[in-house]
Design a protein around this ligand. Structure first.
Ligand SMILES: Cc1cc2nc3c(=O)[nH]c(=O)nc-3n(C[C@H](O)[C@H](O)[C@H](O)COP(=O)(O)O)c2cc1C
Length: 428
């Protein structure tokens, strides 16, 4: 989606400027061209040389550079981009943008642009919550600036709360949403437009969240694949991306649940406001689920390998000339869904499993629900033609005691929000 898109990255002078290096890398590996403008303060946190090396382009900073003006010009800089991304957007830079200032190259380019602008604020929590910053952000949102983040969490200044810059992959996701036409302007309460309306992974000031029907409920979500080691360098795994499980964790947290996400190795960003436990094997995933228990809600969205290697080799298996390839004996992995569904004092009130099927999707899911003892199953067709594994969309059936209900094809985010809504209704 980002192939050949031109991003003008405006880097402000905040401690989070170092994250821009990863952001540039993530954008470039998706095919986007990135050109950077640094504020004078930003150059104290990250060197123009690093940005130049990663973007493979000139880095701009000086408004009165004769060479830059004759070669490019500050107006051209913004005109030649498809999108301007301000990251980190410091309190100072946001104030300058809101005030219509043009006192350095970054601010001038932002004032002169006719292109969409996405800002990723990053600052101390008090600076973020200050009425001046909130007013600036409100004004910018009303004028069309889009926002991603900030997230809540521990900050470099030893305080805790909203103000952390969104992670590079969250910024990439927001950029993709803009090019997909899904992200509309607005302050950090900005929403994805249309039927996919969701809250952005940003954080509002406390008290701003009003609809939290799962507040006080604990939820456990598993996501991603597992890796079963053959030897120290090889493993058996599957194509699960973690997108659906991570979206469910985010959707449950957005409704107020206290969520622990146990995730196999994935490339998607951690959902904000969610406790993430990273594991590799099915055994580790089960142990992490037990550590997180008891919970009210368990959603097993991970694609747990059915089998593991019976005798994992301690040293790398070597290829000997003329020798037969080694035989790999498999033994069953623990059944995490069945374990969590087993009757007992700690059984979650609601256990939801996933059935990834390539044929007889509904029939197999109905049988699986009965076999595992879980309450609901979301059944999805993962045959290669559907693009479900790794893709952004999903077509599912919800299987409960009442039967199977077909949901329309929709994004994984939309599936997650609908599931969270059903979970909230179940606990209402
Ligand atoms: C160590 C250090 C870290 C800073 N981190 C931030 C920050 O995260 N966010 C912010 O808004 N300002 C931060 N500041 C203050 C900005 O650097 C300062 O407001 C500067 O004028 C911003 O300039 P710019 O907006 O032109 O980049 C920090 C300052 C220092 C010395």
């Amino acid at each position: 989606m980002l192939r050949d898109k031109r991003i003008l990255l405006i880097v402000g002078g905040g401690i989070a400027a170092f994250k821009c290096l990863d952001l540039i890398r993530r954008l470039r590996e998706r095919g986007a061209a990135v050109r950077c403008v640094l504020t004078e303060s930003a150059a104290k946190f990250v060197t123009p040389l690093s940005l130049q090396a990663l973007s493979e382009d000139r880095v701009y900073g000086d408004m009165f550079s004769l060479t830059d003006e004759s070669e490019m010009g500050h107006i051209q800089l913004s005109r030649q981009a498809d999108l301007l991304v301000v990251a980190p957007a410091t309190a100072n830079l946001l104030a300058r943008m809101a005030g219509g200032m043009a006192d350095d190259l970054a601010a001038t380019v932002l004032l002169a642009t006719d292109k969409p602008v996405l800002a990723a604020p990053a600052m101390n929590v008090r600076m973020w919550l200050h009425p001046a910053t909130q007013a600036n952000v409100g004004l910018l949102g009303a004028r069309g600036t889009m926002f991603v983040g900030p997230n809540a969490g521990a900050m470099a200044c030893n305080e805790h709360g909203p103000g952390r810059m969104a992670e590079p992959l969250e910024i990439v996701a927001a950029i993709e949403s803009i090019f997909a036409g899904k992200l509309t302007a607005g302050p950090p309460q900005a929403r994805l437009a249309g039927p996919d309306t969701i809250e952005l992974p940003g954080t509002r000031s406390e008290g701003a969240l009003t609809h939290r029907p799962l507040a006080g409920r604990k939820a456990l979500v598993t996501s991603g694949p597992t890796r079963e080691a053959i030897d120290p360098v090889r493993y058996i795994s599957n194509h699960s991306s973690g997108k659906q499980g991570h979206a469910i964790a985010r959707a449950l947290a957005a409704l107020g649940a206290d969520v622990t996400l146990v995730s196999g190795p994935v490339a998607v960003a951690d959902p904000p406001g969610v406790r993430v436990v990273r594991v590799e094997s099915a055994d580790q995933m089960l142990a992490a689920c037990r550590d997180a228990s008891p919970v009210d809600i368990a959603v097993c969205a991970a694609a747990v390998a059915d089998w593991k290697v019976a005798n994992t080799a301690d040293a790398k298996l070597k290829k000997a000339p003329g020798a037969k390839p080694p035989a790999i004996d498999l033994v069953p992995n623990p059944d995490i869904l069945a374990t969590l569904s087993a009757p007992g004092p700690d059984r979650p009130a609601l256990v939801i499993g996933f059935a990834a099927e390539t044929e007889n999707v509904v029939a197999n899911a109905i049988a699986k629900r009965a076999r595992k003892g879980c309450d609901w199953i979301l059944a999805n067709d993962v045959s290669p033609a559907t693009g479900t594994f790794g893709g952004d969309d999903n077509t599912v059936h919800l299987v409960t005691t009442e039967g199977a209900e077909a949901w329309p094809p929709q994004s994984k985010d939309a599936v997650a929000r609908e599931l969270a809504r059903r979970v909230a209704a179940r606990f209402a």
